[in-house]
Design a protein around this ligand. Structure first.
Ligand SMILES: [Zn+2]
Length: 323
């Protein structure tokens, strides 16, 4: 068993249960070890919804009267996810969502389409209008959505469940990044917004930019939910958002201090053959200094050493350019 690390929020951990709905605020124990050794980690969240993770990739599914609604078609874990669904219901997966247009969250869609066709059904594929556009402009090779939800606010119904789209008009992660609220179940699913119970993951969970990350977190804060699914990391609550915002505030302050202590002119070298290195060397110095400054407070937490330098680099550029 690999060593466990402290919770970012002093959480109480429990064993996963596919039968008993998780009390909001509790977290699943030994999550990384479970991801590395089990076919899937499955937790019931509400009357009809479950959270599932395999190889550190997770999603949410809802069991309706006739079929199952699944929120991500995570790449490479089709067998794991479908085994988890089959362990709680014999109903087929009849609808899926493209939560945003990143291949690792929709990459197994072909297998879900094939399985539906083999069962004599055509799969509902729901996406936002923005995701539809992003796929079109990017020349995506994946099947197009069969149903489009208005951007940035819209909704769709599935077997009595209302799912609200809360799209981030100014998004850090992707142009079409969004949160999906399962209203009756009081669950919000926003893959790659936050890794609950961890300091920010590499590039703030694979963000295309840092700018707007804090605003996006605040945009979902007051919506009506009890459980937060970020796809990666543990099952979250507002305490995880509070931790992330506090970490970001500390990182921005550390970057600011490092910028003040390391004027750009110190990196200008007239004897160099190009000016290209000035900025790279300045940025590397700032990001290292900021990471070192955070280590005493956060260094023991999950993945700190691997994630914080690239995160400090993103924050440095944002702090420098957005004043
Ligand atoms: Zn993504």
């Amino acid at each position: 068993m690999s060593p466990s690390v402290p919770s970012t929020i002093g959480a109480t951990y429990v064993e996963p249960s596919s039968e008993t709905a998780l009390e909001p605020g509790l977290k699943l124990g030994d999550l990384f070890q479970r991801n590395m050794t089990q076919q899937y980690v499955l937790q019931r969240l509400s009357e009809r919804a479950w959270w599932v993770q395999a190889f550190n990739y997770g999603t949410v599914f809802y069991v309706g009267e006739e079929g199952v609604l699944l929120f991500d078609e995570l790449e490479g874990v089709y067998d794991n996810i479908t085994a988890a669904v089959a362990s709680v219901t014999d109903k087929p997966i009849t609808a899926v969502v493209y939560p945003h247009y990143h291949a690792d969250h929709i990459g197994d869609i072909g297998k879900y389409v094939e399985a539906a066709e083999a069962g004599g059904r055509s799969l509902r594929i729901v996406a936002s209008e923005k995701t539809r556009q992003a796929m079109e402009l990017s020349g995506s090779g994946f099947p197009r959505p069969t149903e489009v939800v208005d951007w940035p606010r819209g909704s769709f119904a599935f077997d009595g469940l209302t799912v609200e789209l809360h799209g981030f008009e100014w998004a850090a992660h992707t142009d079409d990044h969004s949160a999906w609220l399962l209203t009756q179940e009081r669950i919000i699913h926003s893959p790659d917004l936050i890794n609950p119970d961890q300091p920010p993951f590499w590039k703030f969970a694979g963000n295309e930019r840092f700018h707007w990350h804090e605003q996006n977190l605040r945009q979902i804060y007051d919506l009506e939910w009890d459980h937060l699914s970020g796809s990666h990391g543990n099952i979250g609550t507002r305490e995880d958002i509070d931790f992330e915002l506090a970490f970001v505030a500390d990182l921005k302050a550390a970057v600011g201090d490092a910028i003040a202590a390391n004027p750009f002119m110190n990196f200008v070298d007239a004897s160099a053959s190009a000016h290209t290195g000035f900025l790279a060397n300045w940025s590397a110095t700032i990001t290292q200094a900021a990471t070192d400054a955070l280590r005493p407070k956060y260094g023991e937490l999950y993945g700190f050493e691997e994630a914080t330098l690239p995160n400090a680099e993103m924050v440095t550029w944002t702090v420098f350019e957005y004043r």
